[in-house]
Design a protein around this ligand. Sequence first.
Ligand SMILES: [Zn+2]
Length: 311
Amino acid sequence: MSARCIVLLCLWLLCAITPAGANDYYDLVPQRIAPDTYVFLGALEAFDFDNHGAVANSGFIVTEQGVVVIDTGPSRLYGEAMRAAIAHVTDRPVVRVYITHAHADHFLGNNAFADVPIAALPATARTIRSAGEAMARHLYDRVGAAMRGTSAVVPDEIIMPDMEPVVDYGDHRLELIATAGHSPADLMILDRRTGVLFAGDVVFHDRAPATPHGDIAGWQQALAGAARTGFRIVVPGHGPVASDDTPLEQTGAYLRWLVERLQAGAARGDSAAELMFEALPPRWAALAVQPAEYRRSVTYLYPALEKATLE
Ligand SMILES: [Zn+2]
């Protein structure tokens, strides 16, 4: 066999053993959670060089009208791996992408969907336009080469759920729910056909909620809104899918505890550093990405609470 044949054979073998939805960095395996409905589960970790930023959940719904994608992950290569994995499930085209909110782990895969309408709430599109490139650079520092070729593609379709709260894709009627609290604009999507609620980062599960852009009172209202949808299955932004209220209650209880602890610290006159290194109760220490996420919350939330207490 000539050297050229051997090279070709090796290339063929490499292609044959590479699973659908995989590239050098991401091996995305869609989990079917309901009829026509799939998720890619992110690692329950902070960004690092091993997970390549794939820490958030994303998903898609296969409808008669085509595929609806919810969130695109942290990088162009992740988005491309998503498209390859979707193509392995269905030959229908992707017809729309929804971005739940403007955080790097949820929208930086938009590069791979530039040929598809990408829809988001007004404030989400604004934030991606003004801060998206900085977020991409920041993530590059955290996860490295998996980010190559990634830029911040701004959603080109602004959704106004007040005016158009439901959109039909074949017999999947999707309810678009505009909330805020985890970030200044959080989109949730309820598929009335299957009862699946894509909750974005309004809901975390077994992973400490990330609060740097949080308005905790608004967030609690968003959680109440999520509970009122009467969903049958909830897809959190981070953590395992559930068929009951557990992740909503866990997120709400953690946020209540967090605010109470910070208020108590402010009333005692604790410094942020003292509060930061205080031990966590076992229930909250057991969540993934602790104590890092708690410490980040102290950094971001404590100054305002301290000021309010002093006044
Ligand atoms: Zn997230």
